[in-house]
Design a protein around this ligand. Structure first.
Ligand code: HPA
Ligand code: ZN
Length: 335
């Protein structure tokens, strides 16, 4: 079996997927029609043609516009269910989904509608597809910390529906330190903590995520190679980095997939994982990310196994579940 074939078939966890970033143009148009929302694009093709991004912000503007069609509980369910079917096809056996409640509550959609729709899809993913799934609530970092506190309060009646919190949206100018107090509160509540850092931002933002927010994983984190001390720290602690190669390419964080730092990060002993970020916008789901990265960086079968094992090492699951996932990887290796 080639490294590419192994990359497709190996069981894996996806830990960095914004569920609103899985909304395909066809579903955006179907939901717009169902809900009577008008879109500033004439057709699916016109919308897809607008997916030519120059940086993170140019993407976020379209991503938030796309999410405007989500109004009812069933919309959130349908979006997540479509993702789970694709994940299952890519041999994703465990997924931790980011969602951005502020994008929806700002439009008058209640927290309950968002939570109920997404968590019902997670329950069905487990029951009908055998994909275990959980939710991570992300605070939008371009908004204030006060707004994040309000969002947390609104989410607490649904505490059993999400396992942790994250930090996403426009990175530059919105350092992790801005959210130190709300993350401290989330830590007291026993929530898992993650944050986007080192996507467009500097290594300093990754240090802040570690030292001030006390995160258990960093999303992206590819800027770490600019800072040897940070690399040494990440290698020592095995703090996981959820890397998204096609996202980095589409948002011009790297110019060519052959220049992507993932292989160097693996060689440095970091707990790096492969993820799709916003697959409907960046040209591919998990296996597209895996396969294109394997081919661009000439990754070996051992590298593929390491990436799959890292995804389960980094997943927020109990030790028994982690052991079962690791056994699935071992079985796929020898198959
Ligand atoms: N970075 C920051 N915020 C995001 C992203 C991303 O890649 N995708 C969705 N929100
Ligand atoms: Zn992301």
């Amino acid at each position: 079996m080639s490294a590419t074939e192994l990359a497709r078939s190996i069981p894996k966890a996806e830990l960095h997927i914004h569920i609103e970033g899985s909304l395909e143009p066809e579903l955006i148009f179907a939901l717009a029609e169902r809900n009577g929302v008008s879109l500033p694009y004439a057709s699916v093709e016109a919308l897809r043609a607008a997916y030519a991004f120059t940086d993170l912000q140019s993407f976020l503007d379209i991503y938030y516009a796309g999410a405007s069609v989500l109004l009812q509980e069933g919309d959130f369910y349908d979006m997540a269910w479509a993702y789970f079917e694709r994940a299952r096809a890519d041999n994703v056996v465990h997924a931790e989904l980011f969602f951005d409640p502020q994008t929806h509550t700002a439009r008058g959609v209640s927290m309950g509608i968002v939570m109920e729709g997404l968590s019902r899809a997670c329950a069905d993913a487990k029951q009908k597809l055998g994909v275990s799934a959980s939710l991570i609530l992300c605070f939008l970092r371009h908004l204030s910390e006060e707004d994040a506190f309000t969002t947390l309060e609104a989410a607490l009646p649904y505490r059993e529906h999400f396992i942790g919190v994250g930090l996403d949206s426009s990175e530059l100018g919105h350092p992790p330190e801005k959210f130190e107090r709300v993350f401290a509160r989330c830590r007291d509540l026993g929530l898992k903590l993650v944050a986007h850092a080192g996507e467009e931002g500097p290594p300093e933002y990754m240090w802040q995520a570690i030292d001030l927010l006390k995160v258990q994983r960093i999303d992206h984190g590819i800027a770490c190679l600019q800072d040897p001390l940070l690399v040494a720290e990440l290698a020592h602690t095995r703090l996981p980095l959820t890397v998204c190669p096609l996202s980095n390419l589409k948002l011009c964080v790297v110019d060519d997939l052959r220049d992507h730092p993932l292989k160097k990060m693996l060689e440095a002993g970091l707990c790096v994982t492969v993820n799709s970020d916003d697959p409907a916008y960046f040209g591919g789901y998990m296996n597209a990310n895996f396969v294109q990265t394997v081919e661009a960086l000439n990754l070996s079968k051992e590298d593929v196994v390491a990436l799959a094992r890292n995804s389960f090492e980094a997943a927020f699951v109990d030790s028994e579940q982690r052991r079962r996932f690791m056994q699935m990887v071992s079985a796929a290796q020898t198959a």
